[in-house]
Design a protein around this ligand. Structure first.
Ligand code: NAD
Ligand code: 6OD
Length: 498
């Protein structure tokens, strides 16, 4: 039997519970795993690991919600509730901030300006989208001359499984939950095992504003053999939206083939930055510095390969080096902290293995390459130095594979065509950022880069109504604005003989 935990989670238990059918639930058998701070290794708490019974209860609760008041609620009331969710996140801003920073170790300044505000905005944006959506209609002739009217209606997909990564936990989870609920679906969310807190906190928000029970559920655990796989294999899940590594996407696609169920995938990247000699130099250095090092390099859209036109190559390398060296690692609450830790020691070992590989493959280490010296409790955190290399062959694993750390390799180029070829020479196709003041070149190059989003003189800037997703191995499908309706609703045709 699942054990419901009444009341606010922090008052009742140090264990982070699942959130099922409007209640906090500890898994039967009491299985838990540790949640540790990446900043200092301290134990934040235990997390209740959902098993088969809890995942099944969550999926059934979601199905029941669709058959209950949520399923019959009109879009106007639903969108009012989503506005209320956003307002309540903002009212509890400091709670969400504290939870996100505890789980990730990222600087307050970053989470305060990106993660939490976007977490709230995702509900409002998609509420607005569904309020204004129209469908097509066609009048057709019939032999009796009376004609017929065809029109399309959109219905929710049903129960959507939402599998999330750890790098921008609330932002990326709400980026899926916002449109799913706006379209009238019910969700079962499996947050990353590294970052369970804000998804759980969102359950309290859902209850507070009156979202019917069972509409939003959270099950905690890992991937294979745990809550992630159990959720993706559950026959009561109608569609799966996933953000994470490309190889995890492959495993989830196999699970989704049973049914089969629709998938929407936002996967890994090995993104290029292309800097032309005619760029605004300071802006380009600043932009590439953010693209390579923001969130300690743990951004799928980050830039790990930088191509710089030869006349400004040496100057650019030195300028980016200065930026990297000015980023002070430190306590998340310290206003002077410029860079947080990686998510875990395990992930740091992976990133460090690429730091070693770069040296093995003949890189010149321009800066970084190791672990910074941290004082006191911070010495137990997963800190790492922002790192820049030059001189690697394009065949090196450091250039080919996603590292997901604060690092980049800088390579010179001589011609526009060469830069485009280098940028496209990857199995991934998520994002590219190009820097030039030549407008004609900007449009010409952007059109030839095989990615879901190409920034010109900017990075991580995006109107949420635009399509977002990856080409090649970086994803399947597009979400954002009305494009999200393609995945979160099913279009049906009604043909009325007049
Ligand atoms: P991950 O693939 O290891 O894990 C993501 C989620 O999938 C976690 O919740 C995990 O528990 C779950 N999972 C793992 N194996 C599973 C399985 N077999 N079945 C079901 N669930 C499973 O990714 P991560 O390490 O958490 O995140 C980093 C990766 O995410 C990077 O590759 C990054 O590029 C990618 N990412 C992509 C985007 C995008 O928009 N394209 C955004 C953020 C992160
Ligand atoms: O901005 C977004 O909506 C989005 N999906 C960002 C993805 C960031 C990857 O780490």
């Amino acid at each position: 039997m699942n054990q419901p935990v009444e009341g606010a989670l922090r008052e009742q238990t140090a264990t982070i519970p699942n959130f099922i059918d409007g209640k906090h639930v500890l898994a039967a058998g009491g299985k838990t795993f540790e949640n540790r701070s990446p900043a200092d290794g301290r134990l934040i708490g235990l997390v209740s690991e959902a098993g088969e019974a809890e995942v099944d209860t969550a999926v059934r609760a979601a199905r029941a919600a669709l058959a209950g008041p949520w399923g019959s609620m009109d879009a106007a009331r639903r969108t009012e509730l989503l506005y209320a969710v956003a307002d309540e996140i903002n009212r509890r801003f400091e709670d969400f901030l504290a939870a996100e920073v505890a789980d990730t170790g990222k600087p307050h300044s970053l989470a305060r300006h990106i993660d939490i505000p976007r977490g709230a905005a995702n509900f409002k944006v998609f509420a607005d989208v569904v309020k204004n959506v129209a469908t097509e209609a066609f009048q057709m002739a019939t032999p009796d001359g009376a004609g017929a009217l065809n029109y399309a209606i959109r219905v929710p997909k049903g129960v959507v499984g939402v599998i999330c990564p750890w790098n921008l936990p609330l932002l990326l989870m709400t980026w899926k939950v916002g449109p799913a609920l706006a379209c009238g679906n019910a969700v079962v969310v499996k947050p990353s095992e590294e970052t369970p807190s804000t998804a759980t906190l969102l359950g309290e928000v859902m209850n507070k504003v009156g979202v019917p029970k069972g509409v939003y559920n959270v099950v905690h655990g890992f991937g294979p053999g745990s809550a992630g796989e159990l959720l993706t294999r559950h026959p009561g899940v109608d569609a799966i939206t996933f953000t994470g590594e490309t190889r995890t996407g492959t495993a989830i696609m196999k699970a989704a083939a049973e049914g089969p169920r629709a998938v929407s995938f936002e996967l890994g990247g090995k993104n290029a930055g292309v800097v032309f000699a005619d760029c605004d130099f300071e802006a380009a250095v600043d932009g590439i510095s953010r693209a390579a090092f923001a969130n300690c390099g743990q951004v799928c859209l980050g830039t790990e390969r930088v191509y710089v036109e030869r006349p400004i190559f040496e100057r650019f390398v030195q300028a980016l080096k200065s930026k990297a060296e000015a980023m002070k690692p430190g306590h998340p609450e310290d206003k002077t902290t410029g860079i947080g830790p990686l998510i875990s020691h395990e992930h740091r070992n992976k990133v460090l293995s690429y730091y070693a590989k770069a040296v093995e493959d003949g890189a010149k280490v321009v800066t970084g390459g190791g672990i910074p010296r941290m004082e006191g409790a911070l010495a137990n955190g997963s800190w790492i130095e922002p790192t820049i290399w030059t001189g690697l062959p394009e065949t090196s694993a450091v250039i080919r594979e996603e590292i997901f750390g604060p690092c980049c390799h800088i390579c010179p180029f001589d011609a526009e065509d060469e830069a485009i070829r280098l940028a496209n020479d990857t199995p991934y196709g998520l994002a590219t950022t190009i820097w030039t003041t030549n407008l004609a070149r900007a449009h010409r190059v952007a059109a030839r880069i095989d990615v879901g989003i190409c920034w010109v003189n900017s990075w991580f800037l995006r109107d949420l109504r635009t399509p977002f997703g990856g080409s090649k191995h970086s994803g399947i499908g597009r979400e954002g604005g009305v494009h999200s309706l393609e995945f979160y609703t099913e279009l049906r045709n009604v043909c009325v003989k007049l």
